[in-house]
Ligand binder design. Sequence first.
Ligand code: SAH
Length: 344
Amino acid sequence: MTEWMGLYPDELKEKLAEMNEKPFRAGQIFSWLHKGAHFDEMTNLPLALREKLRQEGVDQPVVIQEEHVSRLDGTRKFLYALEDGNCVEGVLMRYHYGCTLCLSTQVGCRMGCRFCASTLDGCVRNLTAAEMLGQVQCANRVLGDERVHNIVLMGSGEPLDNYDQVVRFLRLVSHPDGLNIGLRHISLSTCGLVPQMRRFAEEGLPVTLSLSLHAPNDAIRRRLMPIADRYTISETLDACRYYIEKTGRRVVLEYALVDQVNADEACAEELSAILRGMQCHVNLIPLNTVRERNLYGVSEKQVQAFLNVLEKRHISATRRREMGDDIEGACGQLRKKVMQEGKA
Ligand code: SAH
């Protein structure tokens, strides 16, 4: 099955040529697909062509299977169904500057971070670029007149472990004839795959790189994230510096505060020391407690104390707002719940 939406305009042209169709149709089809149209809505295409397209592939590879709206802040959580029966989730948050969509890049994840629900059953498969675009279109349809304004690749999956399809997605979603979402409005979050971070720095894509750091030293990081056995923090921050140098953009460092593990003031001091002089911003978030693993979040007071140290040391930092707390807003939690209910 061809996922038409995942093709670049030139590839669409080639496909059409193989089907003995006129190349100028590629532009029409591209803009219809990226508007989220079904084949039968593509009214400037001959009926016979629409039928051929349908026989060869799909127009919309993702549909919303469940939608939950937070009573606290209007955040929406989606469970999307894919063509092969798998599902992934996404979150749509409304901020004063526009809507932000949190996208998944894989079904599950194989990075094994101990605090993360997405990784519990490993990685089932990579998502295609078309399936990532499909998530944006589903959200746009729900929004009506509004549009997704920002995208964060922070749903399930490790984006840099699905490198080619993620880069394809970034080029397509920012295409002027497509959804045309500015790359500067997109953040890619990684647990720290160092070689891919360096390669990504050279793609010429000005997205914001976020690194899930979560620890001020390797010993603590290894307790939380298996990736820390492969790359040291020093190598990982070097890759961040390379990204800054190549793109001119500051890097965001995510730091989930875990009680008794990485959240005391000594950790804040150590973190400040390793980040000194780096063009970065620290995003603090209290861990969403994971009882199965004995990992617990922290109090507001602890967050503030940690922040105060960073401020004193002139490290730019904020506390990330939690949204959708009542709808399994965090990464992988809804899919996990639905899968468990399915098994039960
Ligand atoms: N694989 C990528 C992106 C997906 S996870 C990455 O690791 O960055 C998005 C963010 O949510 C990451 O910073 C991740 O560490 C964080 N996260 C996962 N589980 C969490 C939890 N229980 N509490 C707080 N943050 C969590």
